[in-house]
Design a protein around this ligand. Structure first.
Ligand SMILES: N[C@@H](CCC(=O)N[C@@H](CS)C(=O)NCC(=O)O)C(=O)O
Length: 239
């Protein structure tokens, strides 16, 4: 049995981490039974979540986890896709994971109100006198990561502009198809769904969320995938 070490419901989403949501949706697409545990990045082989454990092995990074499940269970989440569609999927995945994700992180962590409404609560279980320092230290580490990645050097308006270009590209790539590659879902839909859900998470306000919410095809797609893969969460949201 696969154990998925991941995050927890937060920010009005099934998971705080879009990478955990991507992997969980890919496990559901693959119809592989799994057990979900809360994981600490420091315990993972890549010092990030998600990671999975199966028998003696621990595998980290959502892309390598997908590779592992496809090989171990002899399946292909992109079956039926042409080489050109697979190449397009990879390009979309990199845009979402290595670009849009960081714009989402920027607005979650660097915006005062969003930080207070979201990431600051990661430290709620610490003794009261330690919380503020721990939150400040984590925030400084995220600011450093954003500088290393590059987006941290830009103003909020510039990050909003760049991130919105990725969302607009995704909206145009989806067009009026049910899924990114056509009538049936493929692995890339797990990433796109998870990143869109993260960009529009209920507890945050951001220009990315405003932009995404104006893309009606993306919102219909996100809501459909939420009903398909997280029916209980979708029903709670609708109530
Ligand atoms: N490339 C990784 C990215 C995973 C990732 O960035 N996870 C974040 C949570 S969304 C994390 O563990 N951050 C904690 C840290 O960097 O200390 C993947 O695809 O799994």
């Amino acid at each position: 049995m696969v154990t998925l070490y991941g995050s927890f419901p937060a920010f009005g989403l099934p998971h705080a981490s879009p990478f955990v949501m991507k992997t969980e949706v890919q496990l559901k697409m693959a119809e592989i039974p799994y057990h979900l545990e809360r994981g600490a990045p420091a315990d993972g082989p890549k010092r990030k979540i998600p990671y999975i454990a199966e028998a003696e092995h621990k595998i980290g990074d959502s892309t390598f986890i997908r590779d592992h499940i496809e090989k171990a269970y002899h399946l292909d989440l992109d079956r039926g896709l042409t080489p050109e569609m697979r190449a397009r999927s990879w390009a979309i995945e990199r845009m979402l994971e290595d670009h849009l994700y960081w714009a989402i992180v920027y607005f979650r962590w660097m915006d005062e109100a969003n930080f207070a409404a979201g990431p600051a609560h990661f430290f709620d279980t610490l003794p009261r006198e330690l919380r503020e320092d721990a939150a400040d230290e984590a925030r400084r580490a995220v600011a450093c990561n954003l500088l290393g990645q590059g987006l941290g050097h830009h103003s909020p308006a510039e990050v909003a502009d760049l991130g919105s270009r990725s969302i607009a590209a995704l909206a145009n790539l989806l067009g009026n198809k049910p899924y990114l590659m056509g009538p049936a879902y493929a692995a890339i839909d797990a990433t796109a769904f998870a990143m869109l859900a993260a960009a529009t998470a209920p507890v945050f306000s951001s220009p990315l969320k405003d932009f995404a919410q104006r893309c009606s095809n993306l919102m219909a797609y996100q809501n459909r995938l939420m009903r398909e893969f997280y029916p209980c969460h979708a029903a709670r949201q609708a109530a």
